[in-house]
Write a protein that binds this ligand. Sequence first.
Ligand SMILES: Cc1cc2nc3c(=O)[nH]c(=O)nc-3n(C[C@H](O)[C@H](O)[C@H](O)COP(=O)(O)OP(=O)(O)OC[C@H]3O[C@@H](n4cnc5c(N)ncnc54)[C@H](O)[C@@H]3O)c2cc1C
Length: 474
Amino acid sequence: MNAPTATQHLLPEINQREVPAALIEALKARFGEQCSTAQAVREQHGRDESSFEVPPPAAVVFAETTADVADVLRLASQYETPVIPFGAGSSLEGHLLAVQGGISLDVSRMNQVLSINAEDLTVTVQPGITRKQLNEEIKSTGLFFPIDPGADASIGGMTATRASGTNAVRYGTMRENVLALEVVTASGDVIRTGTRAKKSSAGYDLTRLMVGSEGTLGVITEITVRLYPLPEAVSAAICSFPSIEAAVRTTIQTIQLGVPIARVELIDHNTVRMVNAYAKLGLREEPLLLMEFHGSPTSVKEQAETVQEIASEFGGNAFEWASTPEERTRLWTARHNAYFAAVQSRPGCKAISTDTCVPISRLADCLLDSVAETDASGIPYFLVGHVGDGNFHFGYLINPEDPKERETAEALNHKLVTRALELEGTCTGEHGVGLHKMGFLVDETGAGAVDMMRTIKRALDPKNILNPGKIFAL
Ligand SMILES: Cc1cc2nc3c(=O)[nH]c(=O)nc-3n(C[C@H](O)[C@H](O)[C@H](O)COP(=O)(O)OP(=O)(O)OC[C@H]3O[C@@H](n4cnc5c(N)ncnc54)[C@H](O)[C@@H]3O)c2cc1C
């Protein structure tokens, strides 16, 4: 394996193409107030939750229909200008940054539920609807959409990054839950992939190709996803442990025994302290697992008893139950706010997030050595994990003005990824490649696979206008 040097991942290559004035005029003529060149609007669309600074796009177009998206792409293709699709702007790896200039195509106004097919457990939505908004709108059906990244991301952005979240251990990720798409191609044509049928052998699986393509192959304008019946019974519990290892070993055994646990999230003692301060909670400041069980009342009881037994073998304390929906919401909100709690714990810092994911049997090997290395580095950090999936995140809280801190954090990240790849895992379980993990992609898949991705990109986007400079260099 050719391991990249830590410095390869330090800063993105910026090579902004000039955006022709004639294109901006054409966009303004076609879109009127839906097209903005205001500095504040451009800046808001030219950054994300990553730690990189890149000059903003030249303009932002707010699409309201698929025809709007198609017209933007036709004009951008004519003027050979980059287009960066924008959902909710919560991505973490530099996905939205205009490293090659161009315009931002914001689809957040396309936020309607188009059809609910409760009897088939599917819903078709526009890309700008957020996961919380979707669940609000389908509440009366008794169904829910389980995928829940910490941020209130858009379903289009989640599709484009192949996102997951705390429920993935039971319900899968966007890869398993997207059935069909409408996509606008680089030349402005509208195509459909997949159907509402549960399975299909019809040709290449273009839906899977688009899921995780990070805006580089097409702009997603409609998404059909699976829904699930709201579970009859839900119980959530917290269990604290004497060490991270004990929490991790409990998780591994739970998964290996086939307990259909819905959520099992690790928070280390540092991060519990940050969450307590941010959300005014009184959680024990020890490594803990947050868990949720779904099913019939009997099955929930059985699952909880099994996990309790496993936890006590590893020295876990008695479960503290969050029984009412309000208590559960408070708990999971605290988990989802861990990132913001951590960032607030060091004013002015930026978080560099890791996202390795390994087969469940290798989780302890991957995580424990990395904790020791990170402790030794002196960099403040948070640690949370969707550990039931073998996926966890360190967030190194760096002072962005201090190049040494950035370099230390990147070196830690590099070691962690190298370890995860040696353990047959991945550099990114759910956040995607964006800019930050481009070097790691080659290490993970090999040059041949990245070359195949390049061939696909060149065929579908010959002028390289769709979010260029992301995932791999052309
Ligand atoms: C606090 C916090 C917690 C998070 N937790 C998780 C987590 O648990 N799991 C997880 O998976 N992620 C997590 N994330 C990352 C982020 O929320 C996800 O990557 C999410 O899927 C991004 O969605 P978005 O709508 O914000 O997309 P954006 O950030 O707007 O865009 C992301 C990428 O998708 C492309 N894109 C957006 N919309 C479209 C479209 N319609 N068509 C084509 N391309 C498009 C963009 O060009 C970009 O490349 C977290 C982020 C934060 C800040």
